[in-house]
Design a protein around this ligand. Structure first.
Ligand code: SF4
Length: 541
């Protein structure tokens, strides 16, 4: 497999890590208003949509708010960015790096900017009082792709929320919605002895073009009049990861169990009989320096955010933000289940699918989600967790399931890609479904061979799936794909747990390699550019 593919992989992901081209979301009143504007897929898409609308006899083409700029090749990234340097050697990814919490719909254009401004808020909060006393303003400048497409992604409201000291993992959805629906409202932020008033106007859409260190560059400034008291240049490098000028990646310990591929894991799991969740846990402790208790607490917080999102989605009916005018489905599916005559199988599928819809719709609303592995695929693992909770699976087993799912995600990230922009939807929903299958198998007490086979099966049946979001919004096909991804995770588990494990013909490493190869050979039209497939076939009118 091409090493360059692996390197690029680590920094970009469609709805999630979508740097530098990707997905977008905007608003439609009275729903959470992520404002409509230029999105990354707009230019090429607009032409195709116009032609399609004419052919379809549509005279009233909705202002699709300038969909996606065409399949522009990703500008080269600065080689000194840590994200470019960390794609070789043994797997060193940690749970906190992988399961990231923050607002959707885009991890690079929404979650990353909020994590950046929250980081800046924490830094300036620690400045000496005599400096803070002089402060008159906080300003954020968005550059490059963040400036060009930030309106569509709700970058400004996410950045303002972080600047106001709202933590990305716990910010209430209502607060994010209110920032968008009352754009002129002023909000107070207290920094030591000083209280400042901030509005969305303090987030400035600066130059979209220039010689930037990274396509998603931001500067944050604490000002005293025209004078800068403290400022820092940041980069939202994809997948919710952030860096800044002079960034040094945190020191990591050496993993106890060194592995790059599933076959390396097999040696520990089968030959040495180390349980998968124990292996992941011990590696996590060795690499991150965290205690077992810290790790359990983190996984419980991930679980809480996911389940809160599913429950919110199941109780919310709305037209989702953006030009598609897509009606949410989760709540209606859930309601209809009460009087369903579909029988056990039909009810089970509808139940799991409704959970996938619920979290996918929350992502589209720009509410808080967890990347698993990305924002566009963020509905799958929550649906799996909710369905395991329905079965009264104990929380400790669900924690073990998160660890098994992370192992699959790490292998795919390291040896292929998690990026729709690099590998199509197989890399996002395919990997999410594969993680879900591993999670179910692990949580239900299966051995490592069944866990691996379940993951392989789910991934195998997503190979080749393209990324072609309509109008550049992470809605169609993304939300429904989360529902399918969750159902397929259960299907894969059911098959893997019924077959003779040793007789499975295809192993996980082979399928991950096949995904990497397919990603490499996939036409750019199907890599989150909205220049092919559904994106050009569906006419919005
Ligand atoms: S089609 Fe798949 S990869 Fe593309 S944006 Fe949607 S969920 Fe992400």
């Amino acid at each position: 497999m091409s090493k360059s593919l692996v390197i690029i992989n680590s920094n970009a992901s469609a709805c999630s890590t979508c740097a530098p081209q990707g997905c977008s979301t905007c608003n439609s009143s009275p729903q959470p208003t992520i404002s409509t504007s230029l999105t990354r897929r707009h230019f090429g898409y607009a032409a195709v949509v116009s032609a399609g609308a004419l052919l379809a006899g549509c005279t009233k083409n909705e202002p699709v708010s300038a969909p996606p700029p065409a399949a522009a090749a990703a500008p080269p990234l600065s080689p000194d960015l840590a994200v470019v340097q960390q794609s070789k050697g043994p797997i060193m990814t940690t749970l906190e790096e992988f399961y990231k919490m923050g607002p959707g719909p885009s991890s690079s254009h929404t979650m990353g900017p909020m994590r950046i401004t929250y980081d800046f808020f924490q830094r300036v909060s620690k400045l000496p009082d005599d400096q803070l006393k002089r402060a008159t303003a906080l300003k954020v400048h968005l550059f490059g792709s963040l400036s060009a497409t930030g309106k569509g992604h709700g970058t400004d409201r996410a950045a303002l929320a972080g600047l106001l000291g709202k933590a990305p993992a716990t910010c209430p959805p209502e607060f994010l919605d209110s920032l968008a629906s009352n754009p002129d409202e002023s909000h107070k932020v207290t920094l030591g002895p000083t209280t400042l008033n901030l509005t969305l106007k303090d987030i400035i859409f600066d130059s979209p073009k220039g010689d930037f260190h990274h396509p998603n560059t931001m500067t944050c400034k604490l000002l005293a009049g025209d004078q800068s008291l403290y400022e820092l240049e940041y980069y939202s490098v994809g997948g919710g990861f952030i860096e800044w000028k002079g960034y040094k990646p945190p020191d990591k310990g050496n993993p106890k169990y060194v592995y790059e591929h599933a076959k390396d894991l097999k040696r520990f799991l089968i030959d040495d009989k180390v349980p998968l969740h124990k292996l992941l846990l011990e590696n996590e402790m060795a690499i991150s320096g965290k205690s077992e208790k810290d790790i359990a607490e983190f996984l419980d917080q991930v679980s809480e955010v996911m389940i809160r999102g599913v429950n919110t989605g199941l109780n919310t009916e709305s037209v989702l933000p953006g030009p598609i005018k897509l009606h949410s489905k989760a709540a209606a599916m859930q309601r209809n289940l009460k009087n369903s005559n579909k029988g056990g199988a039909g009810r089970a599928v509808s139940q799991i699918a409704s959970y996938g819809f619920a979290m996918g719709e929350e992502n589209a609303r720009g509410h808080i989600i967890v990347t698993a592995p990305t924002a566009g695929s963020a509905g799958i693992i929550p649906a799996v967790v909710k369905s395991l909770q329905d079965l009264k699976v104990p929380q400790q087993k669900i924690r073990d399931g998160y660890l098994a799912a992370a192992a699959i995600g790490y292998l795919c990230k390291h040896n292929a890609t998690l990026s729709g922009a690099e590998g199509g939807c197989q890399a996002e929903v395919g990997v999410g479904s594969s993680m879900g299958a591993a999670m179910i198998a692990q949580a239900l007490g299966e051995g490592p061979k069944v866990v691996s086979n379940a993951a392989e099966s789910a991934l195998e049946h997503h190979l080749g799936m393209t990324c072609d979001p309509v109008a550049g919004y992470v809605q169609v096909p993304c939300i429904e794909r989360c529902a399918y991804g969750a159902v397929k995770a259960w299907t894969a588990y059911c098959i893997a747990s019924e077959e003779v494990p040793e007789e499975r013909r295809v192993d996980l490493d082979t399928t991950i390699s096949a995904m990497a190869l397919t990603a490499k050979e996939m036409n750019a039209k199907y890599k989150e550019t909205s220049e092919g497939g559904l994106a050009v076939s569906v006419v919005l009118c």
